[in-house]
Write a protein that binds this ligand. Structure first.
Ligand code: C2E
Ligand code: CA
Ligand code: CA
Length: 689
C-alpha cells in the first residue's frame, strides 16, 4: 500500500522499475463478485517508456498484421477494432481499448473496444484528462504509462470503479499514443491511449512492457495513417476554392435524405428542394476582369448562398460557376418562388471589391422531392432542365421543373448544334451578320405611325435568317448580349436619325435591353455616347425592359432607371403581366409605357375560357396605367377584333402583324416614304407595297 488515501503519489516515487515475474494467465472464469469498497486506496504506477523494443517475433508478426489491416480496412473504427483484437492476441488474457484524444475539448473519446462490455464502454465513452481520471485520463495527463494493478483499490479509478467491477475488470494499464512526427518544439503530441484490461490483479513484466510500448508505437502509426487517409478522403469531398462540399458529397447527402424520407410515413412526408444555381455572366467576369477576380466572385457568391440557407440545408459547388442547394424543411404550403427570389435577390446585390461595385446575376432551376422525382439523379437532372428554361428566359430568374420541360431537353444533336452555333456567334459582329428589323407601331386613329421596335436578326450564311429566340439565349449565356446590345443601340439611333434627315416621320424607336446589358453598369454611358455620336434627340429613343428585370426591387435598380430617365429617353416595361409588378413599384419607377404581353392579346377573340380572362386582365392593366398616367401599348395584335377591343378600351398604341410585320430598314423606309407621298392610311400603303 502506498501512502494515505486520496493523496496523489509522488511521481518520482512511482517511476519504479517494473516488477519482474511471470504474469498469471488471465482467467476465463466467471466475473468476480463486486469488490468491497477498499479500506485503503492505492495510487497508480507511472512508468517511463523503456528503450526501443527488441524485434521480438511477436512484434514482427503484429507489424505484418497491422499492415494487412491498413490495406484491407477503410474506416477508422474498423481499423482500430482490428488493432485491439491483435493486441489482445499479443497480451494474453487482456481486453483492449483505444481512446482518442480530442485536442479542442481535451477529452478522451472511446475509439475502439471490441471485447469490452457494452455498459462499460458507455461509461468510458468520454473521459476527461486528469490525474484522477482512470488509467487513460491519467496517462495522458502525466504523459506516461499508468498502471493500476488493482482498479478496486486505486484512487484514480474512484469514479469508474463500480462500472469496472460490473464488467469484471480488475487491472488496467494505459499507454499513451504519440504522434509519429514531432512538432516544431520536438515533442510528440499525445493522440490517445491504448488500454489493457484484465479480469485479475495483474502485474506486468519488463518484456511485456517492451512489447506494449512497441505495440503502442504501431498503434500510433495506424492512427496517423488512418486519420491522414480520413482527412484526405474528406478533402476529396470539398471544393478547394470555396471550401464548400463538392457534387459528390452533395449527391451522397441527397441520397441519404431521400432514404430517410422514404422510411417516413406518408403523413409526415419530408419535402425538400434541389436547386441548381448558375451565374449568368460569369464568362464575362473572367474575360474582362481576369481569373483571379473570377475566383473572388465565386467565393463571394458561395458565401452569400450559404448565408441564405439554414443549418440543416446543404450548399455545394458543382462546376465552374454552378452551385447546388439542398433546401430542407419545406412545410405543406411552401412557396418555391419566395425562396428562389430571396436567394436570387441576395446573389444579385452588388458586390464590393475594393470599393468597385460588381454586378453578378444568377439563374436557378428547382425540383422538389417527391413530386419531381424520388431519385437523386432524376431530381438533379430535372432541376438542371428547369435551369435551362430559366436561362432561355434571359437569365436572372428561376424556374421550377415542369414535366413539359423534359420534352425540350437538349439532345446530343442539339448540343452539337449549339456548340457550333456558339463558335459562329462569336464572330457575327466582325462578319457583319447581325441586322435590325423594325416593326411599326400605330396610334388609335389606326393610320398614324407613332413608333417602331427594333428587333434583332442574324443572317446566318448557311441557315438563313435566324430569329432572336434561336440565338439570343445562347448569346446571353456567352456574355455576348452586351456587345450585341451596344450594336443595336448604335444602329437603331443612326437609322432613326437617318429617317428624320430624309424628311420622314419623327417617332421613337425602341430597343430591347437584355438582362446582362441592363445590369452591366455601362448601359448609361454607352447610351450617352450613342446619342452623342448619332445626334439623335433622346426623346426619340425608347428602351424596352422586360417586367421581371424592370421591377427588381433594389436601390440600384431605382438609381439606374432614374439616371436613364434623366437622360430624356423613354422607358417601357416589356411583356407586362408576366411578372409580379405591384402598383407601388410601378408608381415609384419612372416608366412612360407599359407593353401588355402578347400572350393575353392572343386569347382575345378565340372564344375559349381564357378569352374572357384575358380581356379582363387587359382592361385591368389599362385602367391601372391610366391611374398612373402611363401609356399602354398592345403587342402581338393580329386580328381586327383585337384591334377593335383594344382601341375601344383606350389602349393607346398597337403593334402587331395586323398593321405591320418586322421588316428590314430599307423596306420600312419605302413604307414611310409611301405614307408621306400618298398620305393614304398606312395599312393600305403597306398592303400595296
Ligand atoms: P419582344 O420584345 O416581345 O418582341 C416582340 C416580338 O413579337 C417579336 O418577335 C415580334 O416579331 C413578335 N411579334 C410582333 N407582332 C406580332 C404578332 O402580331 N403576332 C406574333 N405572333 N408575334 C408578333 P421576335 O422579333 O422574334 O423577337 C422575340 C424576342 O426577342 C423579343 O420579344 C425580345 O424579347 C427579343 N429581342 C428581339 N430583338 C432584341 C434585341 O435587339 N435585344 C434584346 N435584348 N432582345 C431582343
Ligand atoms: Ca420588346
Ligand atoms: Ca414584348
Amino acid at each position: 500500500m502506498n501512502g494515505p488515501p486520496d493523496e496523489p503519489k509522488d511521481v518520482t516515487q512511482t517511476q519504479e522499475t517494473p516488477k519482474r515475474g511471470v504474469p498469471k494467465p488471465g482467467p476465463s472464469a466467471p466475473k468476480p463478485p463486486m469488490p468491497e469498497p477498499p479500506s485503503e486506496e492505492t495510487g497508480p504506477r507511472l512508468v517511463d517508456s523503456p528503450p526501443p523494443a527488441t524485434q521480438a517475433p511477436v512484434l514482427l508478426r503484429a507489424q505484418q498484421r497491422i499492415l494487412e489491416i491498413l490495406v484491407a480496412k477503410e474506416e477508422l473504427g474498423d481499423v482500430l477494432d482490428e488493432v485491439c483484437l491483435l493486441f489482445e492476441e499479443t497480451v494474453e488474457g487482456s481486453k483492449c481499448s483505444i481512446m482518442l484524444h480530442e485536442q479542442v475539448t481535451h477529452q478522451l473519446r472511446m475509439g475502439a473496444a471490441p471485447s469490452l462490455d457494452e455498459d462499460f464502454k458507455r461509461a468510458m465513452e468520454v473521459v476527461s484528462v486528469g490525474p484522477q481520471s482512470a488509467s487513460c485520463g491519467a496517462a495522458v495527463h502525466h504523459g506516461k504509462t499508468v498502471v493500476a494493478e488493482d482498479v478496486a483499490s486505486n484512487r484514480i479509478w474512484r469514479d469508474y470503479r463500480e462500472q469496472a467491477a460490473e464488467a469484471g475488470l480488475r487491472s488496467c494499464w494505459s499507454i499513451p499514443l504519440r504522434k509519429a512526427q514531432p512538432d516544431p518544439r520536438g515533442e510528440r503530441r499525445i493522440v490517445g491511449t491504448v488500454d489493457f484490461y484484465f479480469e485479475d490483479v495483474r502485474q506486468y513484466t519488463a518484456s511485456q512492457l517492451e512489447i506494449l510500448t512497441a505495440a503502442s508505437d504501431l498503434a500510433s502509426c495506424v492512427l496517423h495513417n488512418t486519420q491522414t487517409r480520413v482527412s484526405l478522403n474528406e478533402r476529396q469531398h470539398y471544393d478547394s476554392l470555396t471550401d464548400l462540399p463538392n457534387r459528390g458529397l452533395y449527391t451522397q447527402r441527397l441520397r441519404q435524405l431521400i432514404e430517410d424520407a422514404k422510411s417516413q410515413s406518408k403523413d409526415s412526408q419530408l419535402r425538400f428542394a434541389v436547386a441548381v444555381v448558375d451565374l449568368d455572366d460569369f464568362k464575362e467576369v473572367n474575360d474582362t476582369l481576369g481569373f483571379q477576380m473570377g475566383d473572388l466572385v465565386l467565393q463571394a457568391v458561395g458565401q452569400r448562398l450559404a448565408g441564405c440557407l439554414h443549418e440543416s440545408d446543404t450548399i455545394a459547388r458543382s462546376g465552374s460557376d454552378d452551385f447546388l442547394l439542398l433546401i430542407q424543411g419545406l412545410d405543406k404550403d411552401f412557396d418555391v418562388g419566395v425562396i428562389a427570389e430571396k436567394i436570387l435577390r441576395r446573389v444579385n446585390d452588388p458586390y464590393d471589391f475594393d470599393g468597385y461595385p460588381l454586378y453578378v446575376t444568377a439563374s436557378m432551376g428547382i425540383s422538389v422531392y417527391p413530386w419531381d422525382g424520388d431519385d437523386a439523379q432524376i431530381l438533379l437532372r430535372n432541376a438542371e432542365t428547369a435551369l435551362v428554361s430559366a436561362k432561355e428566359r434571359g437569365g436572372s430568374s428561376y424556374e421550377q421543373f415542369r414535366p413539359t420541360m423534359a420534352r425540350n431537353r437538349p439532345t446530343v444533336e442539339r448540343w452539337f448544334e449549339q456548340t457550333r452555333l456558339a463558335s459562329q456567334l462569336r464572330g457575327v459582329l466582325h462578319r457583319d451578320e447581325l441586322e435590325l428589323y423594325y416593326q411599326l407601331k400605330y396610334a388609335d386613329d389606326r393610320v398614324t405611325v407613332c413608333g417602331a421596335e427594333a428587333l434583332l436578326r442574324w443572317q446566318h450564311p448557311e441557315l438563313g435568317l435566324l430569329l432572336p429566340n434561336q440565338f439570343l439565349p445562347l448569346a446571353e449565356r456567352m456574355g455576348l448580349t452586351v456587345p450585341f446590345g451596344e450594336w443595336c443601340l448604335e444602329t437603331a439611333c443612326r437609322q432613326n436619325k437617318h429617317w428624320q434627315e430624309q424628311g420622314l416621320l419623327h417617332f421613337p424607336v425602341s430597343v430591347n435591353v437584355s438582362p446582362l446589358q441592363f445590369r452591366h453598369g455601362q448601359l448609361l454611358s454607352s447610351i450617352e455616347r450613342t446619342l452623342q455620336v448619332s445626334g439623335l434627340d433622346p426623346k426619340y429613343l425608347e428602351l424596352e425592359i422586360i417586367e421581371r428585370l424592370a421591377m427588381e426591387d433594389n436601390q440600384h435598380n431605382q438609381q439606374r432607371l432614374d439616371a436613364l430617365h434623366d437622360l430624356g429617353l423613354c422607358l417601357s416595361i416589356d411583356d407586362f403581366g408576366t411578372g409580379f409588378s405591384s402598383l407601388s413599384y410601378l408608381s415609384r419607377f419612372p416608366f412612360d409605357t407599359i407593353k401588355i404581353d402578347r400572350s393575353f392579346i392572343k386569347e382575345i377573340g378565340t372564344g375559349n375560357d381564357r378569352d374572357k380572362d384575358s380581356r379582363n386582365i387587359v382592361l385591368a392593366i389599362i385602367s391601372m396605367a391610366r391611374a398612373l398616367s402611363i401609356k399602354v401599348v398592345a403587342e402581338g395584335v393580329e386580328t381586327e377584333e383585337q384591334v377593335d377591343f383594344l382601341f375601344q378600351n383606350e389602349c393607346d398604341v398597337i403593334q402587331g402583324f395586323y398593321f405591320a410585320r418586322p421588316e428590314p430598314a430599307e423596306k420600312v423606309t419605302v413604307t414611310l416614304q409611301k405614307v408621306l407621298e400618298s398620305r393614304m392610311p398606312l395599312s393600305e400603303a403597306a398592303r400595296r407595297a
